[in-house]
Design a protein around this ligand. Structure first.
Ligand SMILES: Cc1cc2nc3c(=O)[nH]c(=O)nc-3n(C[C@H](O)[C@H](O)[C@H](O)COP(=O)(O)O)c2cc1C
Length: 306
């Protein structure tokens, strides 16, 4: 039997399969469909300082091998997250990581400080500096090394918990942004958020999504995610969490070979909220069949001569 444990910073995960922010609600809604405690962890939906309605509809459209979304960070705001959600996470036997979004440095800091001020069982934070669907979704941080560094450093000073910076693929040099996060004290980076996309109905000549520009996810983006993880892991020493288009066990192995220490499953949860568990079973089978005793035999072990 393969030992599936993996480590991100000071946190040990029971396996490398987490569910991605925004695709699994706040974590507890999916509990009736899927035993979340078997997962390596849950990343909760992005939380901002104040509640947000998100963008007007239509905000989701299917594409070949993927989907476009422009949810616009709809969420309950940090106060309700603290009062309604945090107590529920105490009951779970898996790693829960809170995803934070903001439109200014102060907003990110205020959200993190509000959560740090109350006792809770969160393992840490994933900082969304990469949402392409809102005018002010933190994206300006995600495309700029200096802003990434400043934000990471401010948050680092305010928490000892796991600090993961979530990166955008919509940049010229994703490895440089990852290096800025590492130098400023991030424990890990995760990649990728959605890829900017657009869909038009030729008959009506209108955009199929209200905001026109939106975010592409699902199997279509997997090669973009794998390449991002590969480039980042060649440039930093902190762990990388791979995200993008994972639907089966072999996809997990692919991300690990590219250099990821863990992965997140996103869009696949909309087809089946138990997708993470199915992928976990398939990945375990893959490891057993290939006589892998632990994940160090996979992580970053791409053979360059193939
Ligand atoms: C409907 C939807 C909502 C999302 N909401 C968030 C979010 O709130 N915060 C965030 O950091 N990423 C969000 N994402 C991005 C995913 O977490 C993930 O990075 C991306 O979809 C790529 O993974 P996938 O191809 O497995 O879906 C969202 C994605 C989708 C499809």
């Amino acid at each position: 039997m393969t030992d599936l444990n993996t480590t991100i910073g000071s946190i040990e995960l029971k396996n490398p399969i987490l569910v991605a922010s925004g695709t699994f609600g706040y974590g507890e809604e999916c509990d009736e469909f899927s035993d979340v405690n078997q997962l390596g962890g849950i990343i909760t939906k992005s939380i901002t300082l104040h509640p947000r309605e998100g963008n007007p509809p239509p905000r989701i459209v299917e594409t070949a091998s993927g989907m476009l979304n422009s949810i616009g960070l709809a969420n309950i705001g940090v106060d309700r997250y603290i009062s309604d959600m945090l107590p529920k996470y105490d009951e779970l036997d898996t790693t829960v990581i809170m995803n934070i979004a903001g439109s200014s440095l102060t907003e990110y800091i205020n959200v993190l400080e509000a959560v740090e001020a109350v006792p809770n069982s969160l393992a840490g934070y994933e900082i969304n500096i990469s949402c392409p669907n809102v005018g002010e979704g933190g994206m300006e941080f995600g495309v700029d090394c200096d802003l990434t560094s400043q934000l990471t450093s401010e948050l680092r000073q305010r928490t000892d918990k796991l600090l993961v910076i979530k990166l955008s693929p919509n940049v010229t040099n994703i490895a440089a942004i990852a290096q800025s996060a590492e130098a400023a004290g991030a424990d890990a980076v995760s990649a990728i958020n959605t890829v900017v996309g657009m869909s038009i109905n030729p008959a009506t000549r209108k955009s199929n999504v209200y905001t026109k520009l939106c975010g592409l996810s699902g199997p279509a983006v997997k090669p973009v995610g794998v390449a991002a993880v590969y480039k980042i892991s060649q440039s930093v020493s902190i762990p990388v969490i791979g995200i993008g288009g994972i639907t089966k066990g072999e996809d997990v192995a692919e991300y690990l070979l590219a250099g990821a220490s863990a992965v997140q499953v996103g869009t696949a949860n909309f087809r089946d909220p138990a997708a993470g568990l199915q992928i976990l079973t398939e990945f375990h089978d893959f490891c057993d069949k290939n006589n892998i005793s632990d994940l160090t035999e996979l992580i970053g072990r791409l053979q360059n001569d193939t």
